[in-house]
Ligand binder design. Structure first.
Ligand code: ADP
Ligand code: MG
Length: 255
């Protein structure tokens, strides 16, 4: 049945950059309606894995399935790749990504940023998308900023716009790559609160983060990566109370 199918399945995902193995044979399922937090030291391959999930980075081997359907296929020749490109573009609309450095369009207003992809990628009517966009901005506490430009916003506000922009696509999954790492400490809380609210609303999310307290409270599943491998997949309780490996113990102790 469709709802039992994981939102995302990674199967045997490998990635190398010029012979340097960054991801080694990663298997992972993300159940629909759950929040998965990926933890791990810097350089362990977290960002690369996240980018493989929406095929921003093509794995060297393995499969990524979105609700059971491959998002892309590895090892295609050039012609097959061209044919697969439309499929990929369609699949990507169901996965949104929020980056550490926001990546807002500076020349568009807040509402313009939120409406851009639904209008230009999905071809939806602007008035409809803008009405939804205003509701989303209200949900993240930015109703009054709809007509402001990004450079007038704080980091925390910018990241909440980036999250609104992701929500506007009504994606099946949202990927977050260290969404609070670029923020001043006093703004981390407001962004984590928004993400926590989305988790409570049952969105499917994968969040790479160094915020241990957040992961502990909000994650349904913790994934610990080290040196390009998934070392541990556990509930937050088991991960923090009963880590399985010395490597995990050391990581938790240092954080
Ligand atoms: P993390 O997000 O866990 O810090 P990354 O996925 O960014 O880790 O990086 C994992 C490893 O892959 C690092 O050693 C990094 O230098 C390397 N790497 C990442 N992207 C590239 C790239 N485009 N070319 C070469 N090496 C890369
Ligand atoms: Mg990273």
């Amino acid at each position: 049945m469709a709802e039992l199918e994981p939102a995302i399945s990674a199967r045997g995902v490998c990635k190398d950059f010029g012979g340097f193995e960054v991801l080694r044979d990663i298997d992972l399922d993300v159940a629909t309606g759950t929040t998965t937090c990926i933890l791990g030291p810097s350089g362990s391959g977290k960002s690369t894995f996240l980018r493989c999930l929406n095929w921003l980075e093509e794995p060297s081997a393995g499969d990524i399935l979105i609700q059971g359907k491959p998002i892309g296929r590895t090892g295609l020749g050039r012609d097959a790749k061209r044919m697969a490109r439309n499929e990929l573009a369609a699949a990507r609309t169901s996965i949104a990504m929020v980056f550490q450095h926001f990546a807002l369009w500076p020349h568009l207003t807040v509402l313009g940023n939120v409406a851009e992809a639904p209008v230009h990628v999905l071809g939806r009517p602007r008035h409809e998308v803008e009405a939804e966009g205003r509701a989303i901005l209200a949900r993240v506490g930015l109703a009054e900023k709809a007509d402001a430009y990004p450079h007038t916003l704080s980091g925390g506000q910018k990241q909440r716009v980036a999250i609104s922009r992701a929500l506007a696509m009504k994606p099946k999954v949202i990927l977050f790559d260290e969404p609070t790492s670029a923020l001043d400490p006093e703004m981390v809380g407001e962004v984590l609160a928004v993400i926590r609210g989305l988790a409570q609303d049952g969105l499917t999310m994968v969040v790479v983060t160094h915020e241990m307290a957040f992961a502990r409270k909000v994650a349904d599943t913790i994934v610990f990566m080290d040196a390009g491998r998934v070392r541990e997949v556990a509930t937050p309780h088991d991960f923090f109370a009963n880590p399985q490996s010395e490597r995990t113990k050391r990581f938790i102790a240092r954080s």
